[in-house]
Design a protein. Structure first.
Length: 500
């Protein structure tokens, strides 16, 4: 019997009423294992109404109440991390260890939210004028929404909702319809932790659900992670409807390797960062820029390592890389490899046509490595989101920097070198929001903020960290004067208020 994933509204399961469902497949077998209910406009409205009602009390709740519930949620999440990882593997396809890592990184943001009382501390200036004090406070927005991608069905929602609800907001999540089960399980654990009904809601669906969240008058802010075209659409539409928006888009992350670098370490890092999670990461390294005469040696070291990667079902403990999320996505990724030679690239490894014995109908693709890729090639210009690594060659650091900065994307980047001066120069000169020095995937820890530049981010706020707290709150300044019993009447004064 096919499993059905329904919505979570007002603290309980809400069966889909629209009559529309989407298929969820096991990427390792290609079989449809689950159907997910797609929300109608009315069902989205019901979730927002539940969140709005819950905000009346949750927005006024004490910090102690919120953090007590979040501490309980953290303990439950930790206890159920294997179960959540299994749900991710079953619907996304990533190997179990990678799914566990995703849950662990989500836990970092829950940890941050548990300490929200420190982040929400206000400021006070006394005696700015005679018996006048000025204080600054931050208050929640109300109902906020999150729209999240398929590649991290647990971690990316946890980049959003723990901070949002810790700040006193209520939340409506629209997760990817390709792997929806983890989000519902998170909702159940929040309820078990004691979160009041309606504070956290989940609606599944497609553009109908998304557009309603973007235009609903009671939704005050929208967080999004996904591709650049959709991020631009989210930002434009939600902003036009008066909402605060943080929309994180796509990427083409470069790894610059200087001639003095440890090439074995660089090759290890390139393979790990390019092919981990089958390349379905917005922070994956998809372009290595080799400077000087090291290119041939570096490519050979990458090839030797890449050929040894074990590809198989995510629930097989021996697998290092799983399948892609859908057959359609697999075919799109393969098309970049198939057309690479005609565009001037040298195909060192061709992973198209790969299958796994006993799982022939799975969404499989092997490792691909393209060398001497011209910047005009589609494999370089587009975000492929699969296990395809492009290597580009330059003669100098300056040429490499210009190449990287010419990219319309500015999500993450890395430099591999033993030269501290070169690394310092790179971190100041490169146009990207996150920089790694001998670190290939520089995803910040939870108490710093994640976000790119240029076409990788639309909106002013990065996600989680201090930016996350600021995004989910708004500032208020209060100026106070309490009369002293000894004060004499001052009379009417139409002049500009004095501060002395």
């Amino acid at each position: 019997m096919t499993k059905i994933v329904n919505h979570w509204i007002g603290g309980r399961t809400a069966e889909g009423a629209s009559g529309t469902h989407g298929p969820v497949t096991d990427p390792a077998t290609g079989e449809i294992t689950t159907k997910v209910a797609f929300a109608s406009v009315e069902e989205v409205d019901a979730a927002v109404a539940a969140a709005k009602e819950a905000y009346l009390s949750w927005g006024r709740s004490s910090l102690a109440t919120r953090t007590t519930i979040l501490f309980r949620f953290r303990a439950l999440l930790d206890a159920h991390r294997d179960e959540i990882a299994e749900l991710i593997t079953a619907e996304h396809g990533k190997v179990h260890s990678d799914a566990l890592g995703e849950v662990a990184r989500g836990l970092e943001i829950v940890d941050l939210a548990c300490g929200i009382n420190v982040q929400l501390k206000g400021e006070l200036s006394t005696q700015v004028a005679s018996r006048v004090d000025v204080s600054s406070i931050r208050q929640p927005l109300g109902v906020v929404a999150g729209i999240t991608p398929f590649n991290f069905p647990a971690m990316v929602p946890m980049w959003m909702f723990p901070l949002a609800i810790a700040c006193g907001n209520t939340f409506v999540l629209k997760p990817s319809e390709k792997d929806p089960s983890a989000s519902v399980r998170l909702a159940e654990l929040l309820s078990e932790a004691g979160l009041p009904d309606g504070v956290f809601n989940v609606v599944h669906g497609d553009k109908v659900a998304v557009d309603r969240l973007l235009t609903h008058p009671d939704v005050k802010a929208v967080s999004f992670v996904g591709s650049t075209p959709i991020a631009r659409y989210i930002h434009t539409t939600a902003s036009a409807n008066g909402k605060r928006v943080q929309a994180l888009g796509g990427a083409k992350n470069h790894m610059l390797v200087l001639p003095d670098a440890d090439l074995d370490a660089a090759a290890d890092a390139a393979v790990s960062a390019a092919y981990g999670s089958a390349g379905e990461r917005c922070m994956a390294i998809s372009a290595v820029v080799a400077v000087g005469a090291i290119g041939d040696t570096l490519v050979e070291k990458i090839r030797e390592r890449a050929e040894k990667i074990k590809i198989g079902p995510g629930n097989d403990p021996t697998s290092e890389m799983g399948p892609l999320i859908t057959a359609t996505h697999r075919d799109k990724v393969a098309s970049y490899v198939a057309g690479a030679a005609a565009e001037g690239a040298e195909v060192v490894l061709d992973g198209t046509g790969y299958t796994v014995d006993g799982h022939e109908n799975g969404h499989w693709i092997g490792i691909s490595l393209l060398d001497k890729v011209p910047t005009s090639a589609a494999a370089y210009q587009d975000e492929i989101f699969g296990p395809v690594l492009c290597v580009l060659r330059t003669e100098t650091y300056e040429e490499a920097l210009d190449l990287i900065n010419a990219s319309p994307f500015g999500n993450g980047t890395a430099i591999f070198t033993r030269d501290g001066g070169a690394a310092r120069r790179f971190q100041l000169e490169v146009e990207a929001g996150m920089v790694g020095v001998n670190v290939p995937i520089p995803v910040p820890v939870g108490y710093h903020s994640f976000g790119g530049w240029k076409d990788s981010l639309f909106g002013d706020h990065h996600i989680y960290g201090n930016d996350g707290t600021h995004f989910y709150t708004r500032g208020k300044v209060v100026t106070t004067r309490w009369p002293d019993p000894a004060d004499a009447p001052t009379g009417v004064d139409l002049g500009f208020p004095r501060n002395h």
